[in-house]
Design a protein around this ligand. Structure first.
Ligand SMILES: [Zn+2]
Length: 239
């Protein structure tokens, strides 16, 4: 970073304006409607059927993604890499994840990803958290009680993992907060049986990274796939 210190607030104000512009272009506000509908549906189903399968105790996921966060990320990623665009024009997207930590320091500890903030898209995307406090301050304006819990970016058609650059970027995030997560989505992998995402963290010894288990709360991969398809289709129809 060239401008240390006093220039940050203006810079991040610009970042926020950029995020808002991307959200508007992608019509990400429409996600709320999808989530609302799905929640209603889920509620109706869960009220009538409690099967043995549900009652069985399963290992809990380390990361819980709210549908809103997942759908916004998937939409952002798919808009810049999908079958209607020539493959050589596919580009990566990047954004930040906000949320909270539940049951901290207990065996039930989970990171809850509440929202996704699209930051950029292009050939060489990168985002640096230079000062956690400034980011936190800014995002408190958007969603109180939540803080930045990590970052997300896309790997169009080359599967979720951490590249050398991703690794170095994430090391910085984990230096600010050891529980930071790096979420990678391959939007082309999204299918009725796969969310197309991987969530990663770097080991304490800083030698390698590992994958965390993740679920999208109350939405199966099939439901997500359906919603995203509808979402993308509406966008095409409107344009
Ligand atoms: Zn990457």
């Amino acid at each position: 970073m060239e401008n240390e210190g006093t220039n940050y607030p203006a810079e991040y104000k610009k970042l926020l304006e950029k995020i808002e512009a991307i959200e508007k272009t992608l019509e990400l506000y429409k996600v709320d409607k999808i989530v609302e509908d799905k929640e209603k549906e889920t509620k109706e189903i869960s009220e009538e059927t409690i099967t043995e399968d549900i009652l069985q105790i399963k290992p809990i996921s380390e990361i819980v993604m709210k549908p809103k966060a997942y759908l916004k990320l998937a939409k952002h990623a798919l808009t810049y890499a999908n079958d209607s665009i020539p493959k050589k024009k596919w580009v990566e997207v990047i954004g930040l994840l906000t949320g909270k930590i539940k049951d901290e320091e207990t065996p039930l500890e989970r990171i809850v990803v509440e929202d996704y903030w699209p930051v950029d898209q292009g050939d060489a995307v990168s985002v640096e958290i230079v000062d956690q406090n400034i980011f936190t301050e800014i995002f408190h304006k958007k969603s109180n009680k939540h803080f930045i819990i990590g970052w997300a970016h896309s790997h169009p058609s080359y599967t979720p993992f951490l590249s050398g650059d991703d690794y170095r970027t994430h090391l910085r995030y984990q230096t600010f907060w050891n529980k930071s997560i790096a979420l990678v989505i391959d939007p082309l992998m999204l299918s009725p049986t796969d969310y197309g995402i991987g969530v990663f963290r770097i080991h304490q010894d800083k030698q390698k990274y590992y994958q965390l288990s993740v679920e999208v709360q109350g939405m199966s991969s099939e439901a997500c796939y359906e919603s995203i398809n509808t979402f993308m289709k509406n966008k095409e129809d409107n344009s």
